[in-house]
Design a protein around this ligand. Structure first.
Ligand code: U5P
Length: 218
């Protein structure tokens, strides 16, 4: 993933046509497009192949199964053209290593969820986030997912993972601030509804780019 805009589009729309229209419109404003269950379940796995011919794709399937099943999921989505996958750490090291090995065999990136961005993540994930961040490093992941809604947690996770990448959802619709997440150590912001749900997605993307630029200068 080439870091140009520090922005990743979360494309949680439900139709192939809408997804491709937004991809064409926004490809120059985002470094990657993240697709997950909402789009893949509606449009089919072929949408990964179609978008990946236009932009790098991160497959956000939050993979969380046994090592063998994890491998089968990774092979399917990386085989369809995804450049990166997202996996959960909580199934444990063997499950995560299965994802890391598969990502490596495809020359793809693996991002590991440490602590999610919604309020409920404070219940079970936050108390284990440090251990999950360490596991991500030990397993050979390219980076982690950490919450823009809690910049202090990004700071803490950065102190554990060194120079691995942090991709950070929660900006916009979930209330997180682009500037604060970047200042806390996020490498990329993941933004969905506030862009694709807006009347003018390109204008929203430009506004985010201006915030990224301002944060780089400060
Ligand atoms: N996402 C989160 N929080 C996490 C991990 C992933 O919001 O901790 C994903 C969501 O599933 C969605 C995107 O695809 O990031 C955020 O979209 P939005 O809230 O900006 O619409």
């Amino acid at each position: 993933m080439n870091k140009k805009n520090s922005l990743i589009l979360a494309l949680d729309v439900l139709s192939r046509d809408k997804a491709l229209e937004l991809t064409e419109q926004l490809v120059d404003h985002f470094d990657a497009i993240k697709v997950g269950y909402p789009l893949i379940l509606h449009a089919g796995l072929g949408i990964v192949e179609e978008i990946s011919s236009i932009s790098p794709v991160i497959a956000d399937l939050k993979i969380a199964d046994t090592p063998n099943t994890n491998r089968l999921i990774c092979e399917a989505v990386l085989g369809a053209g995804a450049d990166a996958i997202i996996a959960q750490a909580f199934p444990g090291k063997d499950s995560l290593v299965a994802c890391a090995d598969c990502a490596e065999s495809f020359g793809a990136d693996l991002f590991v969820v440490t602590e999610m961005s919604h309020p409920g993540a404070e219940q079970f994930m936050a108390p284990l986030a440090e251990r999950m961040a360490r596991l991500a490093v030990e397993s050979g992941a390219s980076g982690v997912v950490a919450p823009a809604t809690r910049p202090e947690r990004i700071r803490m996770i950065r102190s554990i993972i060194g120079d691995k990448l942090i991709i950070s959802p929660g900006v916009g619709a979930q209330g997180g601030s682009a500037g604060e997440a970047l200042q806390a150590g996020a490498d990329y912001l993941i933004v969905g509804r506030s862009v694709y749900g807006s009347a003018d997605p390109v204008a929203q993307a430009k506004e985010l780019a201006a915030q990224v630029e301002q944060s780089r200068r400060s």
